[in-house]
Design a protein around this ligand. Structure first.
Ligand code: PTJ
Length: 240
């Protein structure tokens, strides 16, 4: 179903053709984690939720794959945090930005940024650097699902806390992010919204503790270990 949604996005012109390749890569890694939200991903979701709740200016980035896979879920997340969504594309075209913004508005988004970018992220070529003041450009915490490594690094270099959602724990995005949720976006975003709802009643000191105790390197290593364990288990079961 997810593959069909991405293919539909390409047909309708809001997902890039490269989005199909990203989807294929994602499917492969999802298979390696048995298409389930792992213990390490749950830890990352908790830390990401606390980080977003503590943030003064959080921002949520949406690209062509995200728009195809989880438009309503991203709208629900934005609603929970009372912030806009920002269309931010790797293979940018104004036509695709508009189509995605329209899609998000049709899914219920009250405010969508990205159609009139007014700033650039340093260190990236022009089209890839475009961002919006009041959104990604001056955010302190940015959620970047299915993002490219250069852009993740450029946002980190601006001093932002970066939360990635990426099924590949070996990707540069996963390694360079502040928190990486190694899970399928279709499972991760509803979990994130739910976790934010659950944690929102906690005092700031408790949220700070969650963030301070989070160890990005350890969680990423655990994600890789979960893949190894799952592969050995599956292989064993198939032989029996
Ligand atoms: O719409 P645009 O122009 O902004 O382009 C979006 C894509 C995704 C095409 C672009 O950012 C890109 O080329 O990304 P990459 O470099 O292919 O990286 C995408 C990462 O997302 C890869 O590591 C995939 O394993 C991962 N991924 C793919 N599908 C999912 C996923 N992670 C979580 N959930 C998925 N469903």
């Amino acid at each position: 179903m997810a593959r069909e949604r991405v293919a539909e996005g390409v047909k309708k012109g809001y997902t890039s053709s490269q989005g199909l390749i990203a989807q294929g890569r994602g499917e492969c890694f999802d298979y390696l984690i048995a298409e389930k939200t792992t213990a390490s991903a749950k830890e990352a979701i908790k830390a990401a939720s606390a980080m977003l709740l503590l943030s003064k200016r959080p921002a949520l980035s949406v690209n062509g794959n995200v728009a195809a896979l989880v438009p309503e879920e991203m709208v629900a997340l934005a609603e929970e945090l009372c912030i806009p969504l920002e269309v931010n594309l790797f293979h940018r075209s104004e036509e695709r930005v508009k189509k995605i913004a329209d899609l998000l508005r049709a899914a219920g988004a009250k405010k969508v940024l990205g159609e009139r970018p007014d700033a650039t992220v340093p260190g990236l070529d022009h089209a890839r650097a475009l961002a919006t003041r009041g959104g990604i450009y001056d955010a302190d915490v940015v959620l970047i699902p299915l993002e490219d490594g250069d852009r993740c690094e450029a946002l980190v270099a601006m001093g932002k806390k970066v939360i990635a959602i990426d099924l590949n724990p070996l990707s540069r995005t996963a390694k360079k992010a502040t928190v990486c949720i190694v899970d399928n976006i279709v499972r991760a975003v509803p979990c994130l919204t739910e976790q934010i709802r659950l944690l929102s009643s906690l005092p700031r000191s408790d949220l700070q503790k969650i963030v301070e105790e989070y160890d990005h390197k350890k969680i990423l290593q655990q994600a890789v270990q979960e893949i190894q364990d799952n592969l050995s288990r599956q292989f064993q079961e198939d032989l029996e």
